[in-house]
Design a protein around this ligand. Structure first.
Ligand SMILES: [Zn+2]
Length: 373
């Protein structure tokens, strides 16, 4: 296995700890690995964690690191909508990011690194810090200076060294990049490291298995940095390559109206994100103005015959309340998919047919953030 630049093709051994192309700055993908999804007859006897798909993961051993993450439940959607919701906030740190974080930390352990760096004030940073603690690897987390004291306290409780960076989210990323370029440091980036996507792909493996070897017409997914969209695309491609599904589900990627660089690009027929201002939505987890893998996200959604849709903050607030009244308490970002579904923005749900027509995640727990104001 190696990492290879998506833009120019230059390869980097895993041991180099490269996190982006040293030549052109492009993002790196994993090469030299072929996933094998185990047969359902084999899977039925395995523990209910994402490690049941070990042959399909580029790091097969997570002993001492795993906290039993994965195999989150499917529940019916409110109001009898023909959709199923996957309750990914029932993860050890309360969000789907555990799927990728456990892969990154397992990889760091295989590579024998003693120091890792992450940047995020949200779910990804929390997940990385928790798994790093479990693996006994020192972890530095860079967060914006305005990050809430509660989140900083949680990171420190996991034993992470927290660096508060004044300025924008981009200033925080720049500070982390400087630290990540130091020799021997592993940049546990949910955006740049492709092993993260091999973790998030287990979301579709699980749904495929839970639905009896089948996936609905539409995968409705939130998109900011696209870790779930790209992971799901990768997982669906692998299921298709093995003949375990007979077509790619269409990815319906949901952005917040206030920060929609990918939806704007798609509507203009562009192949890379357009420039937009940072922030501008209560869905802070997907308020990403410049997604590093933006071109890959646009290409992936197009390849599935999917679409981008946007929802505004009023729609997100209403969806959040709707889910809570159905017993599902999520953070505002995690309500965007239901906002799109209840607004009739997902065409597959309007079609007649048996079974659920769409699958959407509930990504993060409502206990992580204040209710939307
Ligand atoms: Zn390159």
């Amino acid at each position: 296995m190696a990492l290879a630049c998506a833009a120019c093709g230059v390869a980097y051994p895993l041991q180099d700890l490269a996190w982006r192309c040293g030549g052109c700055g492009g993002v790196l993908d994993l090469t030299g690995f072929t996933a094998t999804v185990p047969d359902p007859a084999v899977l039925k006897d395995r523990p209910p964690t994402l490690w049941r798909y070990a042959e399909a993961l580029p790091v097969g051993d997570a002993s001492g690191v795993s906290m039993g993450e994965g195999m989150t439940p499917l529940v019916t959607a409110p109001h009898g909508a023909p959709a199923v919701l996957k309750v990914d906030y029932l993860m050890p740190t309360g969000s789907f990011k555990d799927r990728g974080a456990v892969l990154l930390v397992a990889l760091a352990r295989v590579l024998g690194v003693g120091q890792m760096v992450a940047d995020s004030s949200g779910n990804a940073g929390t997940a990385i810090a928790a798994y790093a603690a479990r693996a006994g690897i020192a972890c530095d987390v860079y967060v914006p200076g305005a990050t809430s004291p509660g989140k900083v306290a949680q990171l420190r409780a996991y034993g992470a060294t927290v660096h508060l960076v004044e300025g924008t989210r981009e200033d925080t990323a720049s500070a982390a990049a400087v630290a990540a370029d130091q020799p021997g440091v592993f940049y546990a980036s949910h955006v740049y490291n492709p092993f993260f996507l091999h973790g998030t792909k287990t979301y579709v493996f699980e749904a495929w298995e839970q639905l009896g070897g089948w996936l609905p017409e539409a995968l409705v997914l939130p998109v900011g940095n696209g870790t779930l969209v790209l992971g799901c695309y990768l997982g669906c491609r692998e299921l298709l390559a093995q003949g375990l599904i007979d077509r790619l589900p269409a990815i319906v990627a949901v952005q917040a109206e206030g920060c929609a660089p990918l939806a704007r690009a798609a509507s203009l027929g562009l192949t890379s994100p357009v420039d937009v201002a940072s922030g501008g939505t209560i869905a802070e987890g997907i308020a990403i103005a410049r997604p590093a893998r933006g071109a890959q996200i646009l290409a992936a959604v197009a390849d599935t015959g999917g679409t981008f849709v946007t929802v505004d903050d009023d729609q997100i607030r209403a969806a959040h309340a709707d889910l809570a009244l159905a017993g599902l308490y999520v953070e505002p970002t995690a309500a965007v998919c239901w906002a799109a579904l209840r607004a009739g923005l997902v065409a597959a749900v309007a079609e007649p047919g048996p079974g659920p027509r769409a699958l959407a995640p509930l990504c993060g727990s409502g206990l992580k953030s204040k209710p939307p104001a």
